[in-house]
Design a protein around this ligand. Sequence first.
Ligand SMILES: Nc1nc2c(c(=O)[nH]1)N[C@@H](CNc1ccc(C(=O)N[C@@H](CCC(=O)N[C@@H](CCC(=O)N[C@@H](CCC(=O)O)C(=O)O)C(=O)O)C(=O)O)cc1)CN2
Ligand code: MET
Ligand SMILES: [Zn+2]
Length: 793
Amino acid sequence: MTTTHILGYPRIGPQRELKFALENFWQGKSSASELQATAAQLRAANWAKQRDAGLRFAAVGDFALYDHLLDTAALLGALPARFGFDARTLGLEQYFALARGNAAQPAMEMTKWFDTNYHYLVPELDSASTFDGGFDALFDRVREAQEAGHAPKPVLIGPLTFLWLSKSHQPGFDRLSLAPALSRAYARVLARLAELGVEWVQLDEPALTLDLDTSWRDLLPTLYAALPAQAGALRPKLLLSTYFESISFAPATLAGLPVDGVHFDLVRAPQQIDLWREALPPQWVLSAGIIDGRNVWRSDLAAALRVLRPLHAALGERLWIAPSCSLLHVPVSLAAEHGAGARLNPEVRPWLAFAEEKLEELRVLATALDQGEDAVRDALRANAEALASRRNCPRVTLPQVRRRVEALSEADARRSAPYAQRIAAQHARLNLPPLPTTTIGSFPQTAEIRAARAAWRRGELRHTDYLQKMREEIAAVIRKQEDIDLDVLVHGEAERNDMVEFFGEQLWGYTFSAGGWVQSYGSRCVKPPIIWGDVWRPEPMTVDTARHAQALTPRPVKGMLTGPITLLQWSFVRDDLPRDQVALQLALAVRDEVSDLQNAGIAIIQIDEPAFREGLPLKRDNWPQYLSWAVRAFGVSAGVARDDTQIHTHMCYSEFNDILPSIAAMDADVITIETSRSNMELLDGFGAFAYPNDIGPGVYDIHSPRVPSAADMARLLRRAAQLIAPERLWVNPDCGLKTRAWPETEAALRHMVQAARDLRHELQTHGRIAPPPAVAAEVPVSAHSTCCAHDCA
Ligand SMILES: Nc1nc2c(c(=O)[nH]1)N[C@@H](CNc1ccc(C(=O)N[C@@H](CCC(=O)N[C@@H](CCC(=O)N[C@@H](CCC(=O)O)C(=O)O)C(=O)O)C(=O)O)cc1)CN2
Ligand code: MET
Ligand SMILES: [Zn+2]
């Protein structure tokens, strides 16, 4: 029989049960045992689903209360030393302190998992990291699954990926030196799993798909050296699992590792199978990741069978089939998308498969291989019909949209004058002081705002009443900003559920689930909208709101838009059109909005691109192509702005230095970026590269409720002023304030305005800004940048 399995299942729950259980626990509204009971129920339900779909194994270890990389660090006994915790006795309070910070320590750093919108906690290693003795939860989970009658297949981050994603802040320490100890720790974990009767373990090694340098490539055998060569008493069989790209190592290199099979992502990198078909070691299994784990489209089962049949003929039982990667990245089930409250376009619904439906696809594929296609004739026919209805749907392709994209010229993607000329026109129009202060767009999304939106969606609040409430909220934040004395205001984004979903809801070619939540980090989720057809903007999306906000104040209020690359990156995107084409369609929609905003008298328009870096391909060879179309798409959206319309962009969560020339080529008049967590280190790159336009380096971390002092922020600004000419410097927080509460927001902004005032005074009196005083031991903020700390509590 063909083995079917999954690399992991969503853990948030069909109704986001885990989110609410976590937030209740953090707020003291429920006990630890209630939280653990919810978690156990979710695991039991997930395993039952896997069994019902005929999967051979139940994935174990894919579930985590906060993050699975944190769980791996705990399992290995490799917790950040600065917390002083013993992994063997890790309690819930300590676990969440690592994830969210506590009074003594900022949280572990959080960053994006490869090219996804999932964020993991970055393990911190140093020369004292020993990996001896970790947290035992994984073994308990194995027993839990066994007791429920399942065959558990534990899922672990493999040693190479673990070490690659870890960081060390100890000067002069190279974490590569930890490889032998880490290898022994994995050997111990595997031996314990073998004792529990575990047959197979999946070691996730997505780092094998990256362009690693020689020192990292050479490390691979060392990292696997302590694992016994033969699967037997001391270790279970090992499936080396790779995803998101093709494996960057030659088959001969991997063939020497003591593993028993390999998993390939055949959705992102189907061509790699040709190389491996011949080279697969004779005892290994080949796990074909044939169903898209990153997107929501129903698979083409006939096409999948065309790939699988020859593999099945050649490999027999050594062929396994699976989704391309963990199903963590897709919503749980389409079951919630029927009946009352459903928002999905009914025409599009049959074209989709969320996690639960993907399990069923696996069952059909395996049955077709084992028993012949007749055994699943009806399912295959239904699949073919759904695909045909998608292919032939006249609403998917819109000739007028295609023509508009084709007609785009190079000039359309550029502003008509160079920055120097534009900025002069903008200074004349805006008349701002030096070091102008602003914020990134959103103000706290209060429970009241969300409740009003939920009531409106349920039909309990009339639309006009909802709109009126949002207008009142906007008026209140305008007054508040005037009172704080910010120079460039924002309307606060109260009316937006999410910066991507909000625009998707107003664009043609998009549809939305009612409950299609995907975990972004911890308890925070997103509901990515779905692009199924050609995109265009039927009418203005933000102009009324922008006009309303601007009418309330003489100060400039920024028009606030999400850029084409972020709209693309944070949506589920159609797979029947190249991404660059979808990006240009989105860019035209944003361009139309920019045009309408400036015609309505809005002088400053921000086009957010926080996902610009995230969209960068995993392999460097593919960077130039992406960067070229991504910069062009941004250029198309901004290119319509007149000289005296100031275009801002905003980026966060990014390692920008790799792509500075492209950021410069976007040619926004002002870029605001996240830098405070790295103590302005990020700005070194902008300084060295001589970034040409205005910059607002974030002066305070919005991920933590901590209120920085004016002196803290002045110190960062002084650093920034050494790298960027003061006349090009703006003063702003790192990112939007939607996850914060009002008291700390107001306090921090008042300090920020004070810091700007002080330095402005110094600049005007002395003609320069002095460097920051040398601090005896400057706290390396970057060493422990915080994450969502306390967001939800
Ligand atoms: N798409 C996206 N990706 C991003 C970011 C982002 O802002 N958007 N920011 C970065 C960090 N990631 C983040 C991801 C999520 C959230 C976040 O705040 N998520 C909220 C949900 C936001 C939302 O869509 N809210 C909706 C729906 C809220 C909701 O759950 N409503 C309840 C009922 C409402 C109530 O009574 O409270 C329901 O539907 O059941 C709204 O405001 O309308 C959450 O998990 O709590 C923040 C940052 C990177 N990636
Ligand atoms: C994740 S970037 C967020 C930008 C958006 N304008 C906000 O302030 O929330
Ligand atoms: Zn941001």
